[in-house]
Design a protein. Structure first.
Length: 457
């Protein structure tokens, strides 16, 4: 009987271990909430002092404390670690704040992040500077980019769209007020279209003018036509649309001049204010211009097309240089964007502050996106595997960078969102000739048969 009980207990233990291993692989979020979080918290509390000492993050105690310890306990005075705050669990990890000791800096803790990760058995450790003398450790319990689940609470708002998930389990928010223009690069099937799809769906619910240039005959942006105020599907239409946007920008500058009492002949470059300083009833709606496959605007075959290309590039550069103050923002997408495209490509790229680089086919393409702002991110972009579509490296001119991944959003759901929010499109008379034609939604045969029949005599 005792042997049977022992074998039953052993079988139950093996089943529990196997179930935990399966949950950790198949459902990491559930595993973390039930098993990983309690174990990690207990181990962190038990090994905090020794781990900090092994990582070189302890300092000698103040002299008064050392004298007090010797006088009362006669024990050896040991170095003290940074003072730890309260541990706060999250859905993907936990957070705690450390008050640095005199002589320490946030870089000391950041340099030991990899050691802390191994010591506490978590997936990653990230360090953020909160205020002078205080840093926040964000411990991530599992790979959140393998199966993207956006946080329930995100910092959304006007011209702020939570579009992807960062590797530290926080939302990557596309903020057009902070980063007005952005370049999105990626090879075929890298997830570039999914990033654009999430961005369009997020902006569709806001009173923003959405304008698209899709020289692939509109195959990428045509499904969102109900919400677009203008759409150009070939270089000829783009050559007609861009001057209209430039004229709209100049008109907004005139509005700012009139409101502020600036002389009408003042050059646009000397105006330091923007449309956000205007009263709300006089403020024009912001415009976001999406350019998909920007290389199609640069590639030419004849001398006549070359002249048209130079005009379009000049207009894009003007929008990138002066559009922010007028409430006009650019989202430029492509597979490559280097000097080989022609005159003006490098100058336009220099105006695009934000950079998002998905999987690319060569290192040169990654350098085009990130080499001039965060050289360390180039290797991370080249290491993106083809089995992880939507994974990208994002950076800006501040030099910081991180990995993100866009959640899956089907084309049908994004198109439905644009149809439902079509009434939110602001009216811009200058863009009316470029408004895409939206055919009526066909009625299904089942719906037609289910409709009540009229009563006849």
């Amino acid at each position: 009987m005792t042997d049977l009980v022992t074998w039953a207990e052993l079988g139950g233990s093996l089943a529990a271990i196997g179930g935990a291993a399966y949950a950790r692989h198949a459902h990491p979020a559930a595993y973390w909430s039930t098993v990983g979080l309690p174990v990690s918290v207990a181990w962190l509390l038990a090994s905090y002092t020794s781990t900090m000492d092994a990582c070189g993050l302890t300092v000698e105690p103040p002299r008064w404390r050392a004298l007090a310890v010797k006088a009362t306990t006669r024990r050896e005075v040991r170095p003290v670690p940074p003072r730890r705050g309260m541990i706060r669990p999250t859905s993907a990890g936990l957070r705690l704040r450390l008050r640095l000791a005199p002589g320490q800096e946030p870089a000391d803790v950041a340099a030991s992040a990899e050691r802390l990760r191994h010591a506490w058995g978590v997936h990653a450790v990230y360090v953020r500077d909160v205020k002078p003398g205080v840093v926040e450790l964000r411990l991530v319990g599992f790979d959140v980019l393998r199966k993207v689940r956006m946080p329930r609470r995100t910092d959304a708002g006007p011209l702020r769209v939570p579009v992807a998930l960062r590797e530290d389990a926080t939302a990557f928010v596309r903020d057009y007020r902070a980063v007005p223009h952005e370049l999105v690069l990626g090879a075929t099937l890298s997830g570039k279209s999914m990033f654009l799809r999430n961005l369009l769906a997020g902006l569709a619910a806001q009173p923003v003018v959405l304008v698209g240039i899709d020289c692939k005959r509109g195959v990428e942006l045509a499904p969102f036509a109900p919400r677009l105020s203008a759409l150009a599907t070939d270089p000829e239409q783009a050559a007609e649309l861009l001057p209209v946007l430039v004229k709209e920008m100049e008109g907004r500058y005139d509005l700012i001049k009139a409101r502020q009492g600036i002389a009408p002949g003042t050059p646009d470059e000397l105006i330091t204010s923007d449309v956000w300083g205007l009263p709300e009833d006089q403020r024009p709606a912001p415009i976001v211009l999406f350019v998909d496959e920007v290389a199609e605007l640069f590639l030419v075959a004849t001398r006549k097309e070359e002249e048209r290309r130079d005009e379009m590039v000049t207009q894009l550069i003007r929008l990138a240089q002066l559009g922010r103050a007028a409430g006009i923002y650019l989202e430029v997408c492509g597979q490559r964007f280097g000097a080989e495209l022609g005159k003006g490509a490098t100058m336009l790229r220099a105006q695009l502050t934000g950079r998002v680089c998905h999987r690319v086919n060569d290192e040169a393409s990654a350098k085009m996106a990130l080499g001039d702002i965060a050289p360390e991110a180039v290797l991370a972009a080249c290491a993106i595997a083809a089995e992880l579509p939507g994974l990208a490296v994002v950076g800006d001119t501040s030099g910081g960078w991180s990995r993100i991944r866009t959640p899956h959003l089907s084309l049908a759901d994004a198109a439905a969102t644009c149809r439902e929010t079509a009434h939110l499109a602001p009216d811009v008379p200058a863009l009316a000739p470029f408004r895409p034609h939206v055919p009526p939604v066909p009625v299904k045969e089942s719906d037609r048969l289910a409709a009540p029949q009229p009563i006849t005599e």
